[in-house]
Design a protein around this ligand. Structure first.
Ligand code: SAH
Ligand code: TYD
Length: 389
C-alpha cells in the first residue's frame, strides 16, 4: 500500500513509497492493530493533506464537543484544555474565541499554522510523555485532554498514556474518539484500514490499555461521524462514577464477537466479496457512461489499491481540498480535480468515496441527481442509490 494521504505530483509518481499493510489482533488484550506502520514523519509533515474544517458537519460536531467540555468540566476559576491532533483548530477555536486557556498539540506544521492564524494557541510537536511533562511544567495541569481521530494514529500508545496521566488534573478527563471496530466489522468498512490508523479500538481493548496505566473508562458514547466512532471518557482510577453505558457496550461487543477469531475470518470473506462486487459494478457502469469519484479520502487509497481500481474505471476524483487538487491519488494515480470539474459537467455515475459524509453531500448535490446522475456506494454494501440517504 502507498501512504493514504500521499497525493503525488506527476514527478513524484515515479518514486512512490509503498509498505505492507497487514492487520493483527492480540489474543490477550484484544487490541486490533497494524503489524507495521510507516515512519511518522512520512505521514505527518508540513504538507499534510487533511484539513478538518473542510466538512461543515464536522465543524458542528466539534462545536458541540467544545460546549460540552466547557459546561461540564471547566467550572473552576482558570480552566485549561488541551487537544492532541488539533489540526486546523476546528475544535479549539471555540475556546480561543471565548478566551479560555487552551493548547493544541499538532505536529503537521501546515495545519498547525492554519490554527495559529485563527488565534488557536498551538505547538507543532508529536505528543508523548516528554512533551506532556513540558506542557505540565509550563501551563499547569489540564481539566481535559481531548483527541479526535488521532490516538488511533500513534503507535507509541504507552508513552501517550503516561503523558496523559502526568498532564491531567486529579479529577480531569481524557476524552478521545476514533473509528469504532464494531462499525468496521458490521459495515464491512475495510477502507478504515490504512497507514495512519494503526489501532482499531473497541471498548474492550481500550479498557485493557488504560487499566495498565491506573486509569479507567468512565463513559462511552457511540457517534455517527466517520462512519461510526466511539468516544471514550477516561479518568484516573476511582475519581469518577462509572456509567452503565460502559458495561452495556462491552456486552454488545461480546454479542458482536469482537474477541473471536471467527468474526475476523468472516470479515475477510465479506471484504473479498465486496471487492469483486465493486469492480464488477464499475466495469458494467463504464459501458453505460462516465464514472468519476467524489472525495479523495484517505480511505479511498485502500479501496483503489486493494481492488485494483485505476483510471480505466474512474476518470477522476473530485475534491474540495486545494492541496490535493491537480495531484494524483496514491498508488492508483487517478487525477484529483477541483469540485468545479464535477459540477460543470456531471458524470453519469459518482462513486462516493466520502461515504461518511453521505448525508451532507447528498443534501447539497440535488442538481447531480436532477440531471440524471447516480451515486455508487460500497459501504455497507455495493450498489447504486437514487434517493438521499
Ligand atoms: N482532530 C482532527 C484531526 C484528525 S487527523 C479531526 O478529528 O478532524 C490526525 C491529526 O493528528 C493530524 O493532524 C496529525 O498531524 C496529528 N498527529 C499525528 N500524530 C500525532 C501525535 N503524536 N501527537 C499529536 N498529534 C498527532
Ligand atoms: P474524510 O471523510 O475526512 O476522510 P478520510 O478520513 O478518509 O481522509 O475526507 C473527506 C474528503 O472529501 C476530503 O478530502 C474533503 C472531501 N470532501 C469534498 O470534496 N466535498 C465535500 O462536500 C466533503 C464533505 C468532503
Amino acid at each position: 500500500m502507498p501512504l493514504a494521504n500521499g497525493f503525488l505530483t506527476e514527478h513524484q509518481a515515479n518514486n512512490e513509497y509503498f509498505f505492507e499493510l497487514e492487520v493483527g489482533a492480540c489474543p490477550n488484550c484484544h487490541m486490533v492493530q497494524l503489524v507495521r506502520q510507516p515512519e511518522r514523519e512520512l505521514m505527518f509533515h508540513d504538507e499534510y493533506a487533511f484539513f478538518s474544517s473542510t466538512s461543515k458537519r464536522q465543524q458542528e460536531h466539534f462545536k458541540k464537543l467544545a460546549t460540552k467540555i466547557q459546561s461540564r468540566y471547566c467550572s473552576d476559576e482558570d480552566p485549561f484544555v488541551v487537544e492532541l491532533g488539533s489540526n486546523d483548530g476546528i475544535m479549539l477555536k471555540n475556546f480561543a474565541q471565548k478566551g479560555i486557556r487552551h493548547l493544541g498539540v499538532e505536529p503537521s506544521e501546515n495545519v498547525a499554522k492554519a490554527a495559529i492564524r485563527d488565534g488557536v494557541n498551538t505547538i507543532s510537536e508529536f505528543f508523548d510523555e516528554t512533551v506532556a511533562q513540558r506542557i505540565a511544567e509550563q501551563y499547569g495541569l489540564a481539566n481535559t485532554i481531548s483527541a479526535a481521530n488521532v490516538i488511533c494514529h500513534i503507535p507509541y500508545l504507552h508513552s501517550v498514556l503516561k503523558g496523559v496521566k502526568k498532564l491531567l488534573k486529579a479529577d480531569g478527563l481524557f476524552i478521545f474518539e476514533d473509528p469504532y471496530l464494531g462499525d468496521i466489522v458490521q459495515k464491512i468498512s475495510y477502507d478504515q484500514i490504512y497507514d495512519e490508523h494503526v489501532f482499531y479500538f473497541s471498548v474492550e481493548s481500550v479498557s485493557n490499555l488504560v487499566q495498565m496505566h491506573g486509569m479507567e473508562i468512565v463513559d462511552v458514547e457511540h457517534l455517527d461521524v466517520h462512519g461510526g466512532s466511539m468516544r471514550y471518557y477516561i479518568a484516573h482510577k476511582d475519581r469518577h462514577e462509572v456509567s452503565q453505558s460502559v458495561g452495556r457496550q462491552l456486552s454488545h461487543e461480546h454479542l458482536l464477537g469482537l474477541t473471536h477469531q471467527q468474526t475476523y475470518n468472516q470479515f475477510r470473506q465479506n471484504v473479498e466479496q465486496s471487492k469483486v462486487q465493486l469492480v464488477t459494478l464499475l466495469q458494467a457502469l463504464n459501458q453505460k457512461g462516465r464514472v468519476a469519484a467524489y472525495g479523495a479520502t484517505s480511505k479511498s487509497t485502500t479501496v483503489t489499491n486493494y481492488c485494483g481500481i485505476g483510471t480505466s474505471l474512474i476518470e477522476y476524483i473530485s475534491d474540495t481540498t486545494p492541496i490535493k487538487q491537480g495531484k494524483l491519488s496514491p498508488g492508483a494515480h487517478i487525477p484529483v480535480l477541483p469540485y468545479e470539474h464535477f459540477s460543470n459537467e456531471y458524470p453519469d455515475f459518482a462513486l462516493l468515496f466520502a461515504w461518511n459524509h453521505a448525508k451532507e453531500i447528498m443534501q447539497k448535490e440535488t442538481e447531480f441527481l436532477a440531471q440524471g446522475g447516480k451515486w455508487v456506494i460500497y459501504v455497507p454494501s455495493v450498489g447504486i442509490v437514487n434517493d438521499s440517504l
